[in-house]
Each structure stands twice: as C-alpha cells, then as structure tokens.
Design a protein around this ligand. Structure first.
Ligand code: CA
Ligand code: CA
Length: 200
C-alpha cells in the first residue's frame, strides 16, 4: 500500500523531538493521528461517523458569532467534504464508521486528503476573522479551537508558537498553514506539536 516515493519506512524510524522528548517519527505521527481521531470523534462513540462532523460544525458555528452565514455554510460544507473524503478512503469495511485502525492508514497517503484539508483549513480560519482585517484575535482563536475540542493549555501554547503581534493577533494565513501542517502526518517540528500531550 505504501508508494515507492520517499521511502517512508526509514523516514518513520528517524528520531524527532516533540515537546522536548525524543521519539521516532512514527510515534510522533501515531500520537498526532490518535489526537486527530479523538477530536474528530465529536460524540465520543469511539468511531468516526458522519454525525461527528455535523456536531463539530455546529459547535464551531456556535463559537463564531459575528461571522456571516456564508462563511458558516462554507465551513459546514468543508467539514462534510472532509468526512466524505475520509469515508471514501478509509472506511475499508464500508459500514459507515471509521475505527482508529482504519483511520491510521491515512498517514500512508496524506496527499489523498489534501484538497479536502485545504477547504477545511481555509473555511475554519475564515471564521477566525469575522471583520475581514486578515488577523485573528486570541479570544476568537481560543473559542474556535475549544469548539474543535482542544484543551486550553495546548491552545495557548499554539497561539504563542504562531508568534502573535504586540496586540495579540495572528495572521490568517499563518493559521491556515498551521492547520494544514497539523493534519499532515509527515510534518513535525511545527507549531502544531503544541497540541500533542502537555506543552512544556
Ligand atoms: Ca463518533
Ligand atoms: Ca468502518
């Protein structure tokens, strides 16, 4: 199933540093996949279903007062597309649910999810900038990330890692890139590492 390009086998055994700890790339990737899976499982059923993405989108919309209905609708469409893409690629037994065993295969072919991920990242980041000035305030970022399911210390550490301005704002493109990197399992040493485990 693994493509010939990039020799992922040896790459996955390479040591990397995550939050001050040395782990193999493979362990870092699996830890991140586990966290992503847990976050997507919005109803806590232990598997991913279409319902999880509806629930997460509703929570995110509720955390985005002042955003336009157009922006919220785009986010909902992007979340649904993400689910549809995941289901098409990973629901091997076609039962409408994705177990973690099914999900972890996503790390072998991240390119299959990149278009859906672009949509997801851009539509989510747009909700962070309701006034359209291209910057996201910390309170807004915190509300949206809490709605996604992240814990407060990790959210604070991530915002700081993005290098906020003196008036405590980050640039929209920085967050878009951060979201894409975070959900790309072959990236480490990125700000999104702050979302795995306890920040140091
Ligand atoms: Ca679920
Ligand atoms: Ca399944």
């Amino acid at each position: 199933m693994v493509g010939a390009s990039g020799n992922p086998g040896s790459r996955l055994r390479a040591p990397v540093v995550v939050n001050g700890k040395v782990v193999t790339m493979q362990q870092a990737v699996i830890d991140r996949a586990r966290l992503v899976f847990t976050l997507f499982d919005a109803d806590g059923s232990g598997e991913l279903e279409a319902h999880d993405f509806e629930l997460m989108a509703a929570r995110v919309a509720a955390a985005a007062p002042g955003s336009s209905e157009t922006d919220k609708a785009a986010m909902l469409a992007a979340f649904r597309r993400y689910w549809t893409t995941l289901a098409a690629e990973l629901d091997v037994d076609r039962n409408g649910r994705i177990t973690f065993e099914e999900f972890r295969a996503c790390v072998l072919s991240p390119e299959r999810f990149s278009a859906a991920l672009d949509d997801f990242a851009e539509s989510l980041a747009a909700l962070g900038d309701p006034d359209g000035d291209g910057r996201i305030e910390r309170d807004r970022f915190t509300a949206l990330m809490t709605a996604i399911g992240f814990a407060r210390p990790n959210i604070d550490a991530l915002f700081d890692a993005f290098g906020p301005s003196d008036d405590d704002r980050i640039e929209v493109p920085v967050w878009i890139t951060g979201i894409k990197d975070y959900y790309s399992p072959d990236k480490t040493g990125i700000p999104g590492d702050q979302l795995v485990g306890t920040p140091t």
